[in-house]
Each structure stands twice: as structure tokens, then as C-alpha cells.
Design a protein around this ligand. Sequence first.
Ligand SMILES: Cc1cc2nc3c(=O)[nH]c(=O)nc-3n(C[C@H](O)[C@H](O)[C@H](O)COP(=O)(O)OP(=O)(O)OC[C@H]3O[C@@H](n4cnc5c(N)ncnc54)[C@H](O)[C@@H]3O)c2cc1C
Length: 406
Amino acid sequence: MYDVVIVGAGASGLVTAIVSARRGKKVLILEKNNKVGKKLLATGNGKCNITNQRPTIERFHSENPKFIREVLEDYGYQEIKQFFKSIGLELIEAKEGKVFPMSLQASCVVELLQWECEQLGVKIIFDATVKKITYKKCSFVVIYNERRVESKKVVIATGHCSAPQLGGVIDGIGFARAFKHTIVKSFPTLVQLTSPYKESYLKRMAGVKVEGRVTLKVGDNYIQKQGDILFTNYGISGLAILDISRAVIVELSKKKTIMLTIDLMPKMSYEQLLALMRKSLLKKSSKPLEIWMQGFINKKLIDPILEPLKLKNKTIGSISSNLHHLELIVKKIKSFSFEVNGHKGYKGAEVATGGVDTREIETQTMESKKQKNLYFTGEVLDVDGDRGGFNLHFAWVTGIRAGEAI
Ligand SMILES: Cc1cc2nc3c(=O)[nH]c(=O)nc-3n(C[C@H](O)[C@H](O)[C@H](O)COP(=O)(O)OP(=O)(O)OC[C@H]3O[C@@H](n4cnc5c(N)ncnc54)[C@H](O)[C@@H]3O)c2cc1C
């Protein structure tokens, strides 16, 4: 009989194991992969954006924001830093409050977590897919492969179904349902967006990467994200797009046509760009606009700018007498509209929204309000964070809370 069986050797499961084993508990982790932390290894492009210096409530999303506030209370950046220090991992701070392991390697995070578990006597069984969990006579029976194990407590640390190629599954949701938990509907987030490409010239932008600003209009408000934007043969990707994807998918679910507006040159104001381009317009010049614009912008973007304005095959001489045409070009560069109609699914997503309804979870302990001694940690819960280390922050905090409570 174990004190606790943890389902999943991912971010939150490993931390729960360490914290409870440090308090003398007999811990078993069942992991369906053949190694620990497969998803963790892929985080932050292999560098692991491990947490954020400012994990404020507005960076997290849930149907129950009160839960996030209470869970994060007392567990900020310093507490997480302290935890990692205790396993020998130093952290470094980067821009936008992001925090990484000093080695800049996710694999170092995984190896230190695993070593600490082993050191504390935590048993990890690999290739062990948990199929069923039942509660009988004050203890749990956990069925994995064709075997069974008994435990006083169980932690569901299975994550959610984002990135199935890295092991993302909905098993945890199934276990929660079996204990009568309510499930908040999920959709992929931090994901690439697709476009219907109604205009043929848009497809020709594939491969272009800009440091741009993307805007989504929601009612009377504007949501803006700045950063890499990558045009692709299916639609649009890049960090700014991942950041805005959640809001876009919420709007798409209302069956609306969604246009994103992209400022292709956010570092210059409309006036500055107009003045710069205007200076190089030469009256009577026979220089084609397509050639002249290469002095300012990626050439794959020139057709998509000129075609809808019906300015293709004109010379700079022909537009220099009428500033209106130049104004149209600059406006197009500063607000390039692009229809999006979907996303690349869980396979492209860093995170899945939704999950176990947090109104049914104790905020201090992560224990289920439906079943005594059953705990939920990490992404399986209905909380998702912005890009920037917030999802892992939530995984660590919930893992620590569950471990302490156990
Ligand atoms: C490509 C990518 C990059 C990311 N980068 C970042 C980043 O830089 N910063 C950040 O904050 N977040 C990042 N995330 C999100 C972050 O990785 C997750 O939110 C976090 O790992 C969730 O932790 P977890 O403990 O809930 O689940 P996971 O870490 O997903 O672990 C769950 C574990 O449970 C196991 N499991 C599932 N079902 C069973 C079962 N039935 N039996 C046995 N084992 C089972 C799985 O195999 C897995 O090992 C990224 C995600 C992806 C996909």
C-alpha cells in the first residue's frame, strides 16, 4: 500500500512527488511514457521558460478566477525559485519577466527533478498507462496495464490533450468524470491560426517573418500583441499569433468572420513611414513600384499590398503627383488585414484550455471536493496561462500545494 500514487511524471507530478516524499510519504509515480517529463523537455524551445517574475492573476484564464487568485496567493516567483534552488537548479531572469534555468536547457530541469525523486525513494514505473481508478474501503485501487496497486491517496497529474505527439491525452478528464467531476469544455490555445486565403496573392507571403503588431477587435475593444509574425502556407504563426490565439478562438466560436489587422512596421508611426517613403518618390521616374518598395519591405509582401489597391505595374513617377496613392500604401503596411477561420488543433497547441471545474477543488490543497484523498494538479484543471512561463508556474504551484497537503 502506497501513501500516494501519482498519475503522470510531468511537471506537476514530479513536484508533488518530491514535496510529499520529503515529508516521509511512500510515493509511486505511474508514467505512460518511457521517460519522465517528455512535454517538459520541449518547453521554451528546449530552454524551458520555467516561470515568470510576475505571475499576476490576469495572465491566467479559467471559468473561476477566484480559484486562481487563491491558489497563487503565497506562491509567487520567489517561492518557485526557492523550490528549484532546493533541488540545485539556479534560475535566470530574461525580458518580459520570463525566467529560465541557468543552463538554458529543459533537459537539466527534467534530470534534476528526476534525480531528486529517486534520491527521496520515489518509485517511478514507466510504460505504465493508468486505465482505471476506484475508491473502496478508504483506499484507492489503481489499474495500470494489467496490474493493480493500492494507495491511500491519488494525484491526477496527467496534463491535458495539447501536443499529443508529446504524450498529451485526455485520460485525466476521464478519471475526473468517473469521480463525478464537472468538466469545462476545452479548446487548443497558444496555437497557430489558419486562413481561408480567399485572395490568391496572400498565399504568396508564405515564409515571410516580420516583427509586427497584430490587433483583434472584440466589441469596442482592441486586443494587441507584438512580436514575431510568420506567414505560412496554411495561415499565420509566430509568437504574437500564439499570444492572440486564445482571444481569436473565443471569437471564432461565436461563428463570426474574424479579421486580424497586422502592422507590418510597428517601429515606425504612420507619419514617419509616410515621410520616409515620400522623400524617395521621384517625379517622372519610370522605376516600377514593385522595385521601389523593395527598398522598404520584404518583397514577398509587395504584391499583397499593391494588388488590392490596384497599384500593380505602376511607376513611382505616376504616383508621385498624387500623394493619395502613397497614403494608401502606407496605410496598408500599417494595417494589413487578414482573415482567419480556424487553428492548427491540439497538435499545434502548447496548452489546452478547460478541464476539471475548479469550483470542485480545494484551493489550498488541490483536493477534490467530490472524493476525499483525490487530488488534481496542473493542466488537467480548468486553468490555462499566457505564454511566458505561466503554465509551468501553475503546474509547480499546484504540485507543491498537493504535495504539502498530502
Ligand atoms: C511545445 C510546448 C512548449 C511549451 N513551453 C512552455 C514554456 O516554455 N513555459 C510554460 O510555462 N509552459 C510551456 N508549455 C506548457 C507546459 O508544458 C504544460 O502546461 C505543463 O507541462 C503541464 O504540466 P502537467 O503536470 O499538468 O502535465 P504534463 O507535464 O503534460 O505531464 C503529464 C504526464 O502525465 C502522463 N500521463 C497522462 N495520462 C496518463 C495515464 N493514463 N497513465 C500514466 N501517465 C499518464 C503523461 O505522459 C505526462 O508525462 C509548453 C507546452 C508545449 C506543448
